[in-house]
Design a binder for this molecule. Structure first.
Ligand code: MG
Length: 471
């Protein structure tokens, strides 16, 4: 069951942008005032980085109901700050990122709350490479958003909209032009694919991409109305409809994306989940076959990627802290050829450093077209791991850092990684403990070779943590 407790707080300011619910009091929700403040702060950051230069920023949005309202505020504020705007309208997160790169803009703003429900929206802030702002820049924006003394440019220096044009077709063309995407091989297979795009921009781009690849497409929830047909997070409990349709239609596979199309999950021909952790695993398996190199995912992602990487000589796997910006940083450091996150986020640097479901679909289908197996046969060729995701709710006076350092101390004889919470890699399984920045909780992720074992490991750590703070 989907549940969020933000202890009376529905505006979350973080280095990757601001996210909140529409309506209500300012600075407690994502109100027009908050949108103007953050867009102003972002404009100042980009202008400070480029002294004396005329600035251009790309704006794109997913299909959520508040999108057009937020878009107007963001665009108007940018113009008022003296920034020129390229507005790509309804666009995916990866598409907006590619538009920044392609138009050689100085930054970008994506208006999307990703997998959050319909009442949410957010501003995701990009740099001139179409990548998320780093920690220092994010902090600067947060600090400047609270300053009220900014002097806006006068009438001769306001910005203008220099282009109002859709970018989705260009993004699809860029994906199809990748050397490892073999559109001809996919077309020959005439795959039948069911798509669930939860009535957001995925409903525009994914069927269009699949038709370019000669697939017969069965569409579910592909009207970009923003009325999400189910909880938009691509998890098994939200995806019963597509499972039924795949079986009824005798489709080869199903494709599910989140509202801004940076997460990708596959459903097998038998209606069961391929499991989103395995999206990156399968795509990496294909990429490594053709391009020897390193891989990266975050600490909470499946060990299966590390296992698959080890199958290829000279290739090695590295783990990054959770968060796309951290994964990208580690990918650059290790010169990775493929990486991403276990939540269905595929990052293929050959195109750009951002999670991109379109790239994931095109690379995966090229791979699948060459295999002559069913989805479930392919899935069985990968190591089977099961993840259990739990949390402990604590009271605010409990010192979470102290608990984590005690755990680290107790397990110092094991392989421990402390770059982001505490991850302990045991021989047969692992546990990752992280504190939340917004709530007094510890998240406990475990992975093992059976669900029972993953649950038991989580239970063991939950009681160990309880024992520590009650002591
Ligand atoms: Mg997303």
């Amino acid at each position: 069951m989907f549940k969020r407790n933000f202890t009376n707080m529905t505006l979350i300011k973080s280095i990757s942008g601001i996210r909140g619910t529409i309506g209500g009091n300012q600075s407690e929700n994502l109100t027009p005032i908050d949108i103007v403040k953050f867009t102003t702060a972002y404009s100042r950051l980009i202008k400070d980085k480029n002294p004396g230069k005329r600035i251009t920023v790309v704006v794109g949005r997913d299909a959520r109901i508040s999108g057009s309202m937020v878009d107007s505020l963001v665009e108007g504020t940018l113009l008022g700050c003296g920034v020129d705007v390229i507005n790509v309208g309804l666009c995916t997160t990866p598409g907006t990122e590619m538009a920044v790169i392609t138009h050689k803009a100085d930054g970008g703003i994506i208006i999307t709350a990703s997998h959050n429900p319909r009442q949410w929206n957010a501003l995701k802030l990009l740099n001139e490479c179409g990548e998320f702002l780093d920690d220092a820049e994010g902090k600067q924006v947060l600090a400047m958003a609270d300053e009220l003394d900014y002097i806006y440019p006068n009438i001769d220096n306001i910005g203008k909209v220099i282009l109002r044009e859709d970018f989705n077709a260009k993004h699809i063309a860029q994906v199809l032009a990748l050397p490892l995407v073999d559109a001809e091989a996919i077309r020959k297979r005439k795959f039948k694919v069911v798509v669930d795009a939860v009535n957001s921009v995925g409903g525009i781009v994914i069927p269009a991409l699949l038709r370019e690849l000669g697939c017969e497409v069965v569409e579910l929830n592909t009207e970009p109305t923003g009325e999400f047909a189910h909880n938009p997070e691509p998890l098994p409990e939200n995806l019963s409809e597509i499972s039924e349709v795949i079986r009824k239609e005798g489709a080869d596979l199903g494709i599910v994306v989140d509202p801004d199309v940076d997460r990708l999950a596959f459903v097998m021909e038998n209606g069961e989940m391929f499991v989103e952790e395995y999206t990156l695993v399968a795509v990496a398996d294909y990429v490594l076959r053709h391009t020897k190199g390193n891989t990266v995912s975050n600490l909470s992602s499946s060990r299966a990627l590390s296992d698959i990487t080890a199958r290829y000589e000279g290739c090695s796997y590295s783990a990054a802290a959770v968060g796309e910006v951290n994964v990208v940083k580690k990918m650059k450091e290790t010169n990775a050829v493929i990486g991403g996150e276990g939540n269905g986020g595929v990052i293929y640097p050959e195109l750009h450093y951002g999670r991109d479901a379109l790239v994931g679909v095109a690379l995966f289908l090229t791979y699948f077209a060459g295999l002559n197996v069913t989805m479930s046969e392919l899935r069985r060729s990968y190591p089977a791991y099961f993840a259990s995701k739990n949390k402990i709710e604590l009271t605010p006076e409990i010192d979470v850092d102290k608990i984590l350092s005690e755990i680290k101390h107790r397990y110092s004889g094991e392989r421990v990684n402390d770059i982001d919470g505490i991850k302990i890699d045991f021989e047969e399984n692992w546990v990752h403990l992280r504190k939340s920045n917004t709530e007094p909780i510890i998240r406990i992720y475990t992975e093992a070779k059976s669900m029972a074992e993953a649950d038991a490991l989580a239970k063991r750590f939950i009681s160990e943590i309880e024992q520590i703070y009650k002591a």
